[in-house]
Write a protein that binds this ligand. Structure first.
Ligand SMILES: Cc1cc2nc3c(=O)[nH]c(=O)nc-3n(C[C@H](O)[C@H](O)[C@H](O)COP(=O)(O)O)c2cc1C
Length: 230
């Protein structure tokens, strides 16, 4: 079994008293594979893996808000489910319907930003980057395999929603919401695997006095890490 350790200096304020301590986090194999640690990972992946681990008892810790830009330049924002990382990359996986507004927005403007707040550890990650929707007509076989395996991995209930009537249109008859269950081996044509490839990650930890904030930037094919004022 593979295990990993990460040392981390922390400062917490509890009942008005400040506690400074060195924290040693033990990562189990599941966290290592969750984060893809051991591969070519970005430096923000270990604090994010730690946050996922520290908040796993909260079922909503795998939801985040994804912001996109509408054709008229106005923002659009919605909650989506984190579906893990694409293989050996730092790209976040999200599942979306090609009939949804967000899909159209990404065609006009591929930049997006995720805002992810972890309630137990009281920290926020904002991840900004380009969005790439992998659809049924994507010619790349590796991306197509990823789309297919993600379709297989999501729950029956999540798959069923892709067979529901067109999202955002006038409410359809109830029969439309009782489709026959789609085949787990073959994604429906409107199923899209959306990838967010972050180039800027802003991590804010509310715990600590003062709070800690760290900026990770991907420039000239390398990540930089900078502690900044909260
Ligand atoms: C907890 C929660 C999780 C959601 N997960 C997803 C998701 O993974 N993918 C998705 O397309 N919509 C998801 N939705 C629905 C979206 O928030 C949104 O209502 C829908 O996708 C339409 O968005 P759009 O009109 O901006 O395209 C989720 C909603 C909630 C409340």
């Amino acid at each position: 079994m593979t295990l990993g350790f990460y040392g981390d200096s922390r400062s917490d304020q509890i009942d008005g008293k400040v506690y400074n301590y060195k924290c040693l986090v033990l990562y189990t194999e599941s966290v290592m594979s969750e984060s893809g640690l051991g591969t070519n990972v970005a430096p923000w992946r270990s604090p994010l893996a730690r946050a996922l681990d520290g908040n796993h008892s909260q079922s909503d810790s795998r939801y985040f808000q994804l912001a996109t830009v509408q054709a008229d330049g106005r923002p659009a924002n919605r909650t989506v489910v984190f579906r893990g990382f694409l293989d050996e990359t730092n790209q976040l996986k999200i599942t979306i319907d090609t009939r949804s507004d967000k899909f159209e927005q990404i065609q006009y403007q591929p930049w997006g930003e995720v805002c992810w707040y972890f309630t137990t550890t009281r920290e926020q990650f904002r991840l900004a980057g380009k969005l790439d929707a992998i659809n049924a007509d994507c010619p790349d076989s590796e991306f197509q395999n990823a789309r297919q395996s993600t379709w297989k991995d999501i729950s029956d209930n999540a798959r069923l929603q892709f067979a529901w009537p067109h999202p955002g249109e006038t409410r359809a008859n109830s029969e439309g919401f009782s489709p026959s269950p789609p085949d787990p081996a073959t994604p429906l044509l409107n199923f899209s695997l959306l990838l967010l490839d972050p180039i800027k990650v802003d991590h804010l930890e509310l715990r600590g006095d003062p709070q800690n904030r760290c900026l990770y930037l991907y420039e000239s094919e390398a990540w930089s890490t900078l502690a900044i004022n909260p």
